[in-house]
Design a protein around this ligand. Structure first.
Ligand code: FES
Length: 565
């Protein structure tokens, strides 16, 4: 038997007799119909996340066939295995709670099963970060294949795509501008194909980030889910996974200071999702690379927004792909990127960008450096006595008229309180108040849901108020927009000052100074601290208990303490 085992001879089950272990494994593998010749081949594992609870991965059976074709043609044996799949809107209380569980599943199954390299098939918001976190920790050769975005639908001649338009129509419905009949009609037109949300939401942002990190084939992040190019990318990814066998280009080496900074530049230039800061922090953290919010501000001030997609701009992901995609974008950013960062194909980023792709770029979608959509990046971090560990504002999706204001706090102490009172006609709220949501951070029982996009109270929405400053320790969907301060750290449930805000307090936001402050004196804050509620009890058992004991703050990517390197 070989001294350097490959494929099914790898990582044998331990019975105390290696040859018996291999004989037994091959016997059982033969029950799946493999020939002896096939069982001699190296194995490419395929982490498969098709699920009836994940609409975004509906096309994965077809993609899987294409990956397998690529693996077989390149001379290895493809073997898919299931892992947890996280369909964003099907999980309670929120998908983020299970991202780390999926990362553990991915890491352990990649490490424990006999594969020489692995293709990670993901797409919906939390799946890509979970898979990459797991792959970094597993340290095996790996390449990612993203599922790709949905195509748009049509309503009364207008293009619609999940899910910025979902929110826009819902806001119109709340404001009484459209009726029950129309909102029901729109419901069937927002998500009309397989694939991830059609705008630059979290899934698309993460797809662009994994390309900036060098973890996918070049030019593949934005290919629509149902496009034939997506299948060709899947086939080529399978072939690449075979070339990766024995390679030292493992994810833990590809994720480093340079590639992470490239990813941050891309995140800023695409006006990407705030969630990506949490995920990138967690991914980089697995490789021992810190992501500093102060550094984010430095990069943000020197990175223009170039991509004109919803929720910040006008277009959809299908336009981004047709307009030149990630290659065109990164060529515009070339002087800001670390071009010597290595990628999974063995080329540097600079070599990837030097490949001639023709020079046509749709400038309505990807702006030239000299004519940016915004001269500075889409995200900024804020500090101040309300967020000593930092907070995030997506300034590109916010109303600049609200950037320098002081207002009265209207406080909701939990999601339940928000739901119960936000539309109360007697709610004491004015358009220039600041809405505050407490106890929706990673340490809360709600596990940091995408609830930071607090609805405008109905009594104000019906008068035409479209935006207000909203502050919380929650997250926001990448498809949402507004002047919304998120990820306030430390969060209320872990004892952060956000939990000390009372109705009627004054809060000052200054985007110019990168600060958010509670204008209450220290003595009063100490009094409130002395009588504040105890943190939620740790659940008795199961994953909820593990989560409660191990979860870290947003500044640590909401990873688990015991999963850090
Ligand atoms: Fe899956 Fe939006 S719901 S990407």
């Amino acid at each position: 038997m070989s001294e350097h085992p490959v494929g099914f001879a790898n990582g044998l089950t331990n019975y105390g007799d290696r040859d018996f272990s291999l004989y037994l494994r091959r016997s059982f593998a033969k029950s799946m119909g493999y020939s002896s010749a096939m069982l001699e081949k190296p194995v490419v594992g395929i982490a498969y996340t098709g699920s009836g609870f994940n609409n975004c991965h509906r096309h994965f059976p077809e993609l899987l066939e294409a990956v397998k074709r690529g693996v077989l043609a390149a001379g290895a044996l493809p073997v898919e295995f299931p892992t947890i799949s996280l369909g964003e809107v099907f999980l309670n209380p929120t998908s983020l709670k299970f991202r780390n569980l999926m990362s553990i599943d991915t890491e352990e199954m990649v490490r424990a099963q006999p594969m020489d390299s692995v293709v990670l098939m993901g797409g919906c918001d939390k799946t890509l970060p979970a898979q990459l976190m797991g792959a970094v920790s597993a340290g095996r050769p790996a390449v990612m294949l993203v599922g790709g975005p949905m195509m748009t639908g049509r309503h009364h001649g207008e293009r619609l795509g999940a899910c910025t338009d979902c929110r826009r129509f819902w806001a119109s419905y709340r404001a009484g501008k459209i009726d029950d009949r129309e909102i029901n009609e729109v419901e069937g037109k927002l998500a009309t194909t397989a694939g991830t949300c059609a705008v630059m939401g979290t899934a698309s942002t993460m797809a662009c980030i994994v390309e900036a990190l060098g973890m996918v084939l070049p030019g593949t992040a934005a290919i629509p889910a149902v496009h034939a190019d997506r299948l060709r990318a899947a086939e080529a990814t399978g072939a690449l996974a075979v070339r990766l066998i024995g390679s030292k280009l493992t994810p833990d080496t590809l994720i480093n200071e340079k590639s992470v900074e490239n990813a941050l530049r891309v995140l800023l230039a695409i006006g990407g999702s705030t969630n990506a800061i949490i995920h990138l922090t967690a991914i980089a953290g697995r490789a021992g690379v810190p992501v500093s919010l102060e550094r984010l501000n430095v990069l943000s001030d020197t990175t223009p927004v170039l991509v004109n997609l919803k929720p910040v701009g006008n277009g959809y992901m299908e336009d981004f792909y047709a307009g030149g995609g990630m290659g065109a974008l990164m060529r515009e950013l070339k002087d800001l990127l670390h071009l010597d960062a290595m990628t999974v194909t063995g080329e540097t980023l600079g070599q990837r960008l030097d490949i001639d792709c023709g020079d046509w770029v749709d400038r309505t979608v990807i702006a030239a450096r000299g004519e940016p959509l915004e001269p500075v990046g889409g995200l900024v971090s804020l500090f101040g006595n309300l967020a000593p560990g930092g907070a995030i504002l997506k300034r590109s999706a916010a109303d600049a008229n609200l950037f320098e204001i002081e207002g009265r706090a209207v406080v909701f102490t939990s999601l339940a309180d928000l739901a119960a009172r936000i539309d109360d006609p007697d709610l004491d709220v004015e358009a220039n108040d600041i809405l505050v949501l407490q106890n929706a951070g990673p340490h809360s029982v709600s596990a940091m849901p995408e609830a930071g996009y607090l609805p405008i109270p109905k009594k104000l929405a019906s008068k035409g108020v479209k935006d207000m400053v909203r502050v919380s320790d929650a997250r926001m969907s990448g498809t949402a927009f507004g002047t919304i301060v998120l990820h306030v750290t430390p969060d209320s449930a872990s004892g952060g000052p956000l939990g000390l805000v009372h109705n009627g307090d004054r809060i000052k936001l200054s985007v110019k100074d990168r600060r958010i402050d509670l204008l209450v004196d220290e003595v009063e804050l100490q009094k409130r601290q002395a009588v504040r509620e105890k943190p939620p009890a740790v659940p008795e058992r199961g994953y909820a208990r593990l989560y409660a004991r191990e979860i870290l703050g947003a500044d640590q990517g909401c990873d688990f303490a015991f999963l850090k390197p």
